[in-house]
Design a protein around this ligand. Sequence first.
Ligand code: GRF
Length: 206
Amino acid sequence: MRKKILFLSSTRGSNFKAVLDYIQAKQLEIEVLGLITDIPDAGCLGIAGEYGVPSRVIPFREYKENKALYHDKLFSALDTLSPDLIVTAGYMRILRSDIISRFKNRIINIHPSLLPSFQGLHAIPQAMQYGVRFTGCTTHFVEEGVDTGPIILQSIVEILPNSTESDLTESIHKEEHKILPLSVEYFCADRLEVSGRIVRIKESKP
Ligand code: GRF
């Protein structure tokens, strides 16, 4: 059955775009319900416009005094749209637990490190400062812990001796643009089976 997906993003949206391009290129049976952002001038809104994806802004900064209301609005928007899958593609907030439980194992996040190393907001500079030789990116299901949920796919990027943070960010993004669309495709084809922390990727049906 055709799956309905929804994106949450706070950023420029290159991962959002990569998934939209992949769906178009492979003509996947996926309906993109929309994009919700917490940032009124986020780049992802321009991409939504370009691709004709409905978008909505729930501006977090207007709810600073009443964060619960922000989360209530987000919950209600998600509950109404009722997607099969939520993709957090550069969504820079922590989802409230009622959203995570309402969409258990149906929220996929992309993170710019090889989890469980370098969780949180500054994964790329942290990997460089730590001196690891390899880093990369990870897609995972979202659970209550930050960047701790069951891992779907990972891709490795080497940190060369003369790599700058911007080189590394670019190399990681290239890999993100491969593993996020693939993770969405697997989910939408019912190929992901989650058992505790372990995600099994089932063979595709002929
Ligand atoms: C990506 O690096 C992703 O891993 C992180 O936020 C960034 C979003 O980038 N969660 P973009 O907006 O998709 O270009």
